[in-house]
Design a protein around this ligand. Structure first.
Ligand SMILES: Nc1ncnc2c1ncn2[C@@H]1O[C@H](COP(=O)(O)OP(=O)(O)OP(=O)(O)O)[C@@H](O)[C@H]1O
Ligand SMILES: [Mg+2]
Length: 360
């Protein structure tokens, strides 16, 4: 686009059908749909759903925030969630907030069966923590990180932004839509980023909306797709395709990119879930054989729900005394299932093998 990327009025949804349903798009849609269906099925075979959700949501939170160059380590994150520490880094705090925001959105979708513009504002607020809300001052432009050149100018006028958002949310909630929800997801994400309704957090809010849209359309039941991993690995394409679609008004490459992201991350998440399930089975077996006296299903499941565990968690989950809880954890460390680490006055017990699976 030209040097100053003048503002071009954004088209409202729906998109032109023939532009978003090319032969190649339809072919890719089938592949992505199949992968997602398999993911949904496999997720349902995990006995304790919160085990998965906790772990994978945290991974998505970490990944999506990394796109914004908010980097934190897995270790710091889990420690922040496990101990009430006052000195957690701002980066870690942002990731913890991202997780809260996904859960908030998930609750809203489950409760209401739709989303309102105000809910999007609430999700962004949970994420960013200030009360700025929808942009009301002009001046927001998207620049190329390295050259500083303005590549895209979103709508500047608050009334126009609100008008586009209400069109966006109407399309988001529509259940009588003939276009595949996966194609719509790509279209919606592009539209949301192009409206760019906030001063900050547009990318992350938009990526949360992607997951919520899948849940709304029954493509997954719980927020377990780790879509941001693909976006991180293909960040230059993500940015340039978002931009190109606006410039030339052609959807195909962008939609294909998002479909590939959905397919690839579904497959990766399936593998991850299979590995978690294997580890769970092996862990149960090992405790039954090596420490039969302390074996309880809930105890093992806790180690998967809380990969960084502590005495208090065991006390709460199993309704046992501190002394017993401490003995269980020490025993599990002795047979090689947990590794302990002292952090201040607290001893954390880490399910290292699970952490390894989650990391990749
Ligand atoms: N040319 C473009 N057209 C439309 N949207 C774009 C374009 N380039 C980038 N974006 C979107 O804007 C987001 C960045 O906006 P913003 O900084 O408000 O969000 P964020 O959540 O803070 O950042 P990030 O997405 O990097 O985590 C990108 O993630 C991308 O989704
Ligand atoms: Mg930002």
């Amino acid at each position: 686009m030209g040097q100053d990327a003048p503002y071009r009025i954004l088209d409202k949804l729906p998109p032109q059908r023939e532009k978003v349903e090319t032969l190649e798009i339809l072919r890719e849609t089938n592949k992505a749909t199949a992968a997602l269906a398999e993911l949904k099925g496999i997720a349902n075979t995990i006995p304790n759903q919160s085990m998965l959700v906790n772990a994978i949501v945290l991974q998505e939170a970490k990944g999506s925030s990394e796109i914004e160059n908010i980097i934190t380590t897995q270790d710091e994150l889990y420690k922040a969630l496990t101990i009430n520490k006052s000195n957690i880094s701002p980066e870690t705090k942002e990731v913890v907030n991202y997780r809260k925001a996904i859960f908030r959105g998930f609750d809203l979708i489950k409760k209401q069966g739709f989303l309102r513009v105000n809910d999007i504002i609430e999700i962004q607020h949970e994420l960013i923590g200030n009360n700025a809300g929808i942009r009301s001052m002009p001046g927001t432009v998207l620049k190329n990180d390295t050259t500083g050149e303005v590549v895209y100018t979103p709508p500047q006028d608050k009334k126009e932004i609100l008008d586009l958002l209400s069109n966006f949310i109407e399309y988001f909630n529509q259940d009588q839509n003939e276009i595949s929800p996966l194609i719509n997801l790509a279209v919606l994400h592009h539209q949301f980023e192009s409206i760019h309704p906030f001063y900050d957090g547009n990318g992350r809010t938009g990526r949360i909306l992607n997951i919520l849209y899948l849940i709304l359309n029954d493509l997954i039941d719980i927020p377990i797709l780790y879509l941001s991993s693909y976006i991180i690995e293909n960040k230059p394409d993500y940015y340039s395709l978002l931009n190109q679609t606006n410039e030339i008004g052609e959807w195909e490459e962008w939609i294909l990119f998002m479909l590939k992201a959905l397919e690839t991350t579904s497959i990766q998440t399936i593998e991850k879930i299979n590995k978690i399930r294997n580890l769970l089975d092996k862990t149960i077996e090992k405790v039954q054989i090596d420490a039969p006296k302390i074996y309880k299903k809930e105890l093992v499941e806790l180690l998967f729900e809380q990969p960084y565990s502590k005495i208090e968690f065991v006390v709460n989950q199993l309704k046992v005394e501190r002394k017993a809880a401490s003995r269980y954890l020490k025993e599990l460390e002795k047979i090689g299932i947990l590794e302990s680490q002292k952090v201040g006055r607290e001893t954390l017990y880490i399910n290292k093998k699970l952490i390894e699976i989650l990391k990749k």
